[in-house]
Design a protein around this ligand. Structure first.
Ligand SMILES: [Fe+2]
Length: 368
């Protein structure tokens, strides 16, 4: 495969590849992406667009591997390789490589649950990569044999990134007392939710590690919010439109130390219409602020979402024992907990960002 020929006019370079494909590239785009305009070591562009004159193509030559273009009025040359044309010359940009393609799942995934071995992940980059890819694609990963010592959850985050500090601190405690003094220490079931929808940005990853579990229940439940959103998009398109286009307010108020608020849709889409974030938390969502002709339909849509999130066919369920940990995409996977009646239960949790997870995956993949 190579370049068969190039032709040009003032504004456009036309490249005919030897497989018969012909593509046109704008001169300004070529000049903007000239190799010499990027730092040799980190690939960062060294100039702003306003530093460029109005560009035209003064000449172009090619051989099988590359094309060299001369730009006016500067009179400088840029060389572009066939591979580069093919990689970068997409006519319709996608978020490939940035936004992962999720593998959607439901309760049938229960049989495929697996706990990775923490000491192995610390030693073996291939095993670590496999676990991180699982978190990226499924939205969660499970780990076992993590030291059962307070704070060891940070070691799990160190595998790929950094703990995100919040006003809850570096680590937060999920502890239930045998004789609860108030609602905060209840053993009641906790419905499906995402954490901290009132933050901007919402924490991308949450990790929860079990230190003590002597309870007679308290199993963890996870549901794939992207799978549910997909189901609503297909089966209830009107509901999907309402849930993606009408923001709601989330709030966390803590005396005079914190008043966190956001105003965002429950299902958030990116510029290409892909679901990128679910915000669902009955405790922190505030009274809906919507027009009269919307709010009744919105409630129906919101109820549909709530019902689907809590259907038995949607979730996987497992018990975390001391030394076991779950890491999940808090912008995609909702978590809940079954009720229990007796026994101590102590988990520690923390947040982290997804960009470092994805970065670590790319680095480990390129090192293979
Ligand atoms: Fe939570």
């Amino acid at each position: 495969m190579g370049i068969a020929a190039v032709t040009h006019d003032r504004d456009w370079l036309e490249v005919r590849f030897d497989d018969g494909v012909t593509r046109r590239f704008l001169g300004t785009w070529l000049r903007d992406n000239i190799t010499s305009g990027r730092h040799r070591d980190d690939g960062q562009r060294t100039f702003d667009i306003n530093a460029l004159p109005e560009v035209s193509i003064a000449g172009a030559t090619s051989d099988a591997d590359s094309a060299t273009v001369t730009f006016a009025p500067e009179g400088i040359d840029g060389t572009y390789y066939e591979q580069w044309f093919r990689q970068h010359g997409s006519t319709n940009g996608t978020s490939a490589g940035v936004t992962p393609s999720p593998t959607l799942w439901g309760a049938e995934h229960q049989g495929s649950l697996r706990f990775a071995d923490y000491p192995t992940l610390v030693e073996d980059p291939a095993a670590l990569l496999e676990w991180l890819v699982e978190i990226r694609d499924l939205g969660f990963g499970l780990l076992e044999n993590v030291p059962v010592t307070p704070g060891s959850i940070v070691g799990a985050v160190d595998l790929f990134g950094y703990v995100r500090f919040t006003n809850y601190g570096e680590i937060f405690e999920v502890r239930d007392e045998p004789n609860p003094a108030n609602l905060a220490f209840t053993k009641l079931r906790i419905g499906m939710h995402t954490d901290n929808p009132y933050r901007d940005p919402v924490p991308g990853l949450q990790l929860l590690q079990c230190l003590v579990n002597e309870s007679d229940g308290g199993d963890n439940q996870l549901v794939d919010g992207f799978a549910i959103a997909d189901q609503i998009r297909n089966d209830h398109p009107e509901a999907f439109n309402l849930l993606t286009s009408h923001p709601v307010r989330f709030r966390y108020l803590d005396g005079d130390s914190a008043d966190l608020q956001s105003f965002m849709p429950v299902i958030q889409l990116d510029a290409q219409g892909r679901v990128v974030c679910i915000r669902y938390n009955s405790r922190s969502v505030q009274a809906f602020e919507m027009p009269e002709d919307v709010i009744a339909d919105y409630y129906r849509a919101y109820r549909t979402l709530g019902e689907l999130l809590h259907e038995p066919g949607a979730c996987v369920e497992f018990r975390l024992e001391p030394g076991q940990l779950m890491a999940f995409d808090n912008q995609r996977v909702l978590h809940g907990r079954t009720a229990y009646t007796t026994g101590a239960r102590h988990l520690q949790g923390c947040y982290a960002d997804k960009d470092s997870l994805h970065s670590r995956i790319r680095v480990l993949e390129s090192a293979r």
